[in-house]
Ligand binder design. Sequence first.
Ligand code: AMP
Ligand code: ZN
Length: 432
Amino acid sequence: MYFHEAETLERKELEKLQVKRLKKTVERAADSPYYSEVFKKNNLSPSSISCVDDIRKFPFTTKDDLRSQYPYGLLTKPLDEFVRLHASSGTTGTPTAVFYTQKDLDTWADLMARSMYAIGIRRSDVFQNMSGYGLFTGGLGIHYGAERLGCLTIPAGAGNTKRQIKLIRDFNVTALHIIPSFALYFAGKVREEGFEPAEMPWKTALIGAEPHTEHTRRKIEELMHIKAYNSYGLSEMNGPGVAFECTEQNGMHVWEDAFIAEIVNPETGEPVEDGEVGELVMTTITREGMPIIRYRTKDLTRFLPGECKCGRTSRRIDRILGRADDMLIIKGVNIYPMQIEKIIMGVPEVAQNYVIELIKEGFIDQIRVKVEVKDEFFVEDMRALQGLQKKLSSLLRDEILVTPRIELVQHNSIPKSEGKAQRVIDLRDVED
Ligand code: AMP
Ligand code: ZN
């Protein structure tokens, strides 16, 4: 029924294990330049911990801290002990890099395999990973989990719908990993190619990497004739395989033998009442090469009360309800509005005002940037304007990895808001 005994540990036993692993984590972290400083400054050591709540004695680690330590400041071992690097998408300037030792990769693959097992995937399944590979952890992270479980694993990568469909049919693919917005689009493509989703061999899908509603999940299930399960993770905590739904489809179990999860008020940093929405804060307790303590994920969620019918004792979190910062996720890629601003403000033809609109093209989320052009450049010459449009679009693509739609408008034509400018307008239908 379960992949690992830790999934059903009694609370007391689990907490004992967490304390032991947290102490070990602090001991290891002290070998990194960053945490050795932090611990010295705050007079912290493994002996500061005698219960799980003692984690609150430790300061938070933020994305800015990680950036300031780029690239090696959090590593506890010499570089030649590491075998893999991933980087978080959606960063202005300095990215955040995460390093893994071979043991870290093994632990991650085990967590991912456990997650897939929890939704009924077995070694007899044929698994197609339809997310992008490369630096994005949804590629290799899920890939190695599927192999660990023993599935025949097809690294199809993103895009190329025709080939995806052929692979699925030719090799009798029963389980998929697919980004939710792509899943909705893909279902239509399958029909266009002349196949009925109900006749496809698939049974189970892992969906995640971007926020989506329960309504969207149900829609994916209906359109694709598949069971879809929410999968949560972030590169700072390995990647996918941090919290995962079970077959109950009622919240995501946090793998608490590998992570300590807290939910705090994003303003004060204090824990919220049980069941209240706040920012998820995560600590790795099994990672050796690059432990991270009390990482502010900026993801908003809450602990779900009560026990899960599946018998797993690890706590569940609600689907991600929003962000505590302004990060957008479009086509599975993290984007900060400031990245867009930085690029367009560097283009001489652009006047000072712009607005970022989130729109839907079919089922797919898209970004449209309306940019004011200086009077002297806003000429009748269509070719010049088209050239500018192309230039902006490709500069932005290089920065945010998604090609936005660009609309050039006359100087002073975008309404100015009083006070704080509203730079992002969400025009996607909430009800999709
Ligand atoms: P990255 O660091 O590039 O792997 O992106 C991680 C971020 O993607 C998380 O902090 C979340 O904001 C988002 N994310 C990942 N999985 C989910 C999910 N299942 N639902 C909503 N957002 C998600
Ligand atoms: Zn469960």
